[in-house]
Write a protein that binds this ligand. Structure first.
Ligand SMILES: NC(=O)c1ccc[n+]([C@@H]2O[C@H](COP(=O)([O-])OP(=O)(O)OC[C@H]3O[C@@H](n4cnc5c(N)ncnc54)[C@H](OP(=O)(O)O)[C@@H]3O)[C@@H](O)[C@H]2O)c1
Length: 281
């Protein structure tokens, strides 16, 4: 395992988000030196403000990367990855997504390719949908709290993954050996429909929460009425349509490969989140 004294801090870009926060917690608990970077973090890092990059990468040997999350992500990575290598970074671990591979979208795969051409040791993590969408993304969490989840995902199945597993895999890859040049597809242990996931939450909380399938048009109209930009609403509708069409239902064994154990199940997630009051009013 890398030792902070020998190798400098682990830089966690997106370290205030769903996975980055958990990666940072895990590394900190195992005694590693960490540096959390984001626009709102003490180490200010902005993908679109290169003046913030040097202080973030300075002295770091390994970096966890949540990308810029828009259509400029690949271009930003093509600039950032060689910059980081030039400043002494030797290991880059990118949070990607499993759907990218299956959709064959060259624009999305370009971010991964930017990493591969950087000269650093690289590892790519391609998870499915996070269970924590139901607790930490307002567009999903608020409807659960209100008692009705209306989504255009029909009865399609998704093997939701616990963000704790993504973080545990990321921490293992950042600190361990044997993961260089590997791409890990990460899923939860079983595919669930949104209806089944909502039923698990209802059971864990003892509240009435129901799922109502709607069309993509209805969903977009509702989100826009709630104040979301049309483009963002259409993007979310496409993601849920991806689930409806059964494109993402298959399982992947990346958690088992890296951690040597099966991934955490949705029932345990729902119980834990309910006990923590995630869906309380
Ligand atoms: N949600 C899912 O189910 C799912 C599934 C598979 C893959 N993914 C992938 O996961 C990624 C999101 O990761 P996450 O869920 O861990 O994060 P998240 O909870 O979405 O938070 C985003 C993080 O990125 C930072 N950030 C946003 N814009 C930034 C910018 N311009 N410069 C620097 N930092 C910026 C945010 O902090 P500040 O706002 O303070 O900058 C925050 O720390 C996306 O790339 C997505 O494709 C998500």
């Amino acid at each position: 395992m890398r030792n902070s004294g020998e190798r400098g801090p682990f830089l966690i870009i997106g370290g205030t988000g769903k996975t980055g926060r958990r990666v940072a917690d895990r590394l900190r608990r195992s005694g590693q030196d960490i540096r959390i970077a984001a626009r709102s973090a003490p180490t200010r890092f902005d993908w679109f403000d290169e003046a913030t990059w040097e202080a973030a990468v300075s002295g770091a040997a390994a970096v966890y990367l949540v990308d810029a999350q828009d259509e400029r992500a690949a271009e930003r990575m093509r600039v950032f990855a060689p910059f980081a290598v030039k400043h002494g970074v030797t290991r880059l671990v990118l949070l990607s997504a499993r759907g990218w591979e299956d959709s064959g979208d060259p624009g999305m795969l370009a971010t991964e390719n930017a990493l591969k051409g950087s000269g650093a040791d690289w590892t790519i993590l391609r998870p499915t949908w996070f269970m924590q969408g139901f607790t930490e993304d307002e567009t999903l969490c608020a409807p659960v709290r209100a008692g009705e989840v209306r989504l255009p995902s029909g009865d399609g199945l998704e093997p939701f993954i616990d963000a704790e597993d993504v973080a545990e895999v990321a921490a293992a890859v950042l600190t361990g050996e044997g993961h260089q040049g590997r791409t890990y597809a990460l899923s939860g242990p079983r595919p669930l429909s949104i209806g089944e996931a909502v039923a698990e939450i209802a059971k864990a909380t003892g509240r009435t929460v129901r799922y109502t399938p709607v069309s993509e048009e209805e969903y977009v109209a509702q989100l826009v009425k709630d104040g979301l930009a049309v483009d963002h609403a259409a993007f979310l509708a496409r993601l849920f349509g991806w689930i409806r069409d059964g494109e993402d239902a298959h399982l992947s064994d990346g958690v088992q490969q890296v951690l040597g154990r099966p991934p955490r199940d949705f029932t345990a997630f729902a119980r834990r989140a309910a006990a923590a009051g995630a869906w309380n009013d």
